[in-house]
Design a protein around this ligand. Structure first.
Ligand code: PEP
Ligand code: MG
Length: 574
């Protein structure tokens, strides 16, 4: 049966391929049909997984870790063994495999849900809480079935695979960077969640916030992913397939045509130069940035270097990464943002889940709370500044006091390098991200201490409108054109221009061609975005006369009605 699901497109283009359900060792599993001839094999696979968990539990009992209270640990293992051996778990799933012709993981998950439901109805609190033990045992069996912990991707002819997941963390996506999938889609996430941002850097069409995709889509079904419109078509008929193949070709043709602009100087019709810089997550992204004509790196999100690892980076490792980018950019500016860890990008050793992570110990707050971590990063950036034109960018500033602390720590890092006779660029510029409303309102004061500012519109929108950017249930409220957002963005740009300090936008607004003219009208002359958008934005710049924008820009700023803003914007873009 063919059907369509709507979500939020986060990375443009059209992909046509087959669904590859992504499973987590948590209780999210693939569901696929198996032919009659494979039922016996599937049941044997299930038995083997049970046997493996039985053996694991025995081994654990034989090697109780030191320091663990032996009696309690044994009692816990015995309970898990009992659950494992109970026929409701070790036999019923096999009956389900037989009757439903489904895979073993799915049968086990169905049976677990039935058991958990029964436990939910039990009055006795102790017994009710045992459902967590059932889930843990099931998870062990699932891991055994899947062969390894964590995400698993099977049957990969990667170029045709469209990954279908309930949710992915930014770290998961970093792992996927090593593969070459056609596309990926998720149930959760917002357009500017960090997962979406890394998805964009994979340069493949993707859609998030689909809500039910993971449940509705079956393994191997044919999918069309339209990343431009946030649409996924499941099992399309021949006519739709033909139509989308045509659209896919047109999209590729347009991309090819845009390539001709790579070396064209970015300037408006009235000869105003506009810097188009790239956002990167890893040093290897520099290649794509240069291929798309970037004249600088406006945002290097350094925390992504290490998100898929279990430990924190050493100073030397960081130095190598920053130096590589500085060298490859051959004298063009490289803006290295200090770690923006916290919220949806947890540090590898993060031990505590904040009650409200987006408002918690994130970015510069975390770095100031962990001065050693920050000191090594600052030293690494400064050391790399000897090899190119590096600038330091501080995320999530909210007060002057933080700026003063940062500048003091930079001085300390410089002194420590001086003591060791290590070279660095003593005039390295220090800028701040303006992404909290308090910072936007204090920008004039901030600029007395900072060399430049960069507007992080993703967070500025999140914090101004109180909308969690990674929460799909409020994704529809995330509005770059909200009058309050426009007011703040134009205020920051105007303020910086007035005192002659460089100002850039490095949030996703910078790569949205619908907004290019509006931002130019606000006075913006430096944009930083995902490399894939650079040429499309340049095309708009080349066709724009800034002197024509003033009237409509003022009318947009004076308007407080969304529909009117949309209309004026459309008029500006014809
Ligand atoms: C932003 O907030 O707009 C930004 C560029 O930073 P990040 O998306 O990494 O939070
Ligand atoms: Mg931000």
């Amino acid at each position: 049966m063919s059907f369509t699901i709507h979500g939020v497109g986060v990375s443009g283009g059209i992909a046509i391929g087959r669904a590859q359900l992504v499973s987590h060792a948590q209780l999210e599993v693939a569901h696929y049909d198996i032919p009659e001839s494979q039922v016996t094999t599937e049941k044997a696979r299930f038995d083997a997984a049970i046997a493996q968990v039985r053996q694991d539990l025995t081994e654990l009992a034989d090697h109780i870790p030191p320091g663990v209270p032996a009696a309690e640990f044994e009692a816990f293992l015995n309970l898990h063994r009992m659950i494992l051996e109970d026929s409701t778990l070790s036999e019923v799933p096999k009956q389900l495999i037989e009757s439903m012709h489904c895979n073993a993981e799915w049968a086990l998950k169905l049976q677990m849900e039935t058991l958990v439901e029964q436990f939910d109805r039990v009055e006795d609190v102790y017994l009710r809480e045992r459902k967590a033990d059932i889930q843990q045992v099931v998870e062990r069996v699932l891991k055994a079935l899947l062969g390894r912990p964590g995400y698993t991707v099977r049957n990969i002819p990667e170029e045709n695979a469209i990954l279908v997941a309930h949710d992915l963390s930014p770290a998961d996506v970093v792992v996927f960077k090593q593969h070459h999938f056609a596309s990926f889609i998720t149930d959760l996430g917002g357009a500017t969640s960090h997962t979406a941002i890394v998805a964009r850097s994979l340069n493949i069409p993707s859609v998030v916030a689909l809500h039910q995709a993971r449940t509705l889509i079956r393994e191997n079904e044919t999918l069309i992913v339209d990343g431009n419109h946030g649409v996924v078509i499941v099992n399309p008929d021949d006519a739709v397939l033909t139509e989308y193949k045509l659209r896919q070709e047109q999209w590729q043709l347009e991309r090819e045509k845009l390539k001709r602009l790579t070396r064209t100087k970015s300037a408006t019709l009235d000869s105003i130069e506009v810097d188009l810089h790239a956002n990167i997550e890893l040093p290897e992204d520099v290649t794509l940035a240069k291929e798309n004509g970037a004249t600088g790196i406006g945002l290097f999100r350094t925390e992504f270097l290490f998100l898929d690892r279990g430990d924190l980076p050493s100073e030397d490792e960081q130095f190598e990464a920053y130096r590589r980018v500085a060298l490859e950019m051959e004298g063009m500016p490289v803006t290295v943002r200090t770690f923006d860890l916290g919220a949806d990008k947890q540090a590898p050793d993060a031990s505590r889940v904040a009650p409200n992570p987006a408002l918690g110990l994130r970015a510069i707050r975390l770095c100031l709370a962990e001065p050693r971590l920050f000191h090594h990063q600052l030293r690494a950036i400064l050391r790399a500044s000897h090899y190119g034109k590096i600038r330091i960018l501080i995320p999530m500033l909210s007060s002057m006091h933080e700026i003063e602390q940062v500048l003091h720590l930079i001085r300390e890092a410089k002194e420590s390098l001086d003591e060791g006779g290590i070279p660095y660029d003593n005039s390295v510029q220090v800028g701040g991200m303006i992404e909290i409303p308090a910072a936007a309102l204090s920008v004039n004061m901030f600029m007395r201490k900072l060399d430049f500012v960069s507007i992080g519109t993703n967070d500025l929108i999140q914090y101004t409108l109180a909308i969690d950017r990674s929460d799909d249930s409020v994704a529809h409220l995330y509005d770059p054109l909200h009058p309050a957002v426009l007011e703040l963005v134009s205020h920051i740009i105007r303020s910086a221009n007035r005192v002659g300090k460089p100002v850039a936008v490095c949030g996703e607004m910078a790569g949205d061609t619908r907004l290019t003219r509006l931002l130019l009208g606000f006075g913006l002359r430096q944009f930083s975005m995902h490399p894939a958008y650079l040429l499309a934005v340049k095309q708009v710049v080349l066709k724009t006369g800034v002197s024509d924008l003033a009237g409509t820009t003022q009318r947009i700023l004076r308007s407080h009605v969304s529909d009117r803003i949309e209309n004026l914007l459309q008029r500006m873009n014809v």
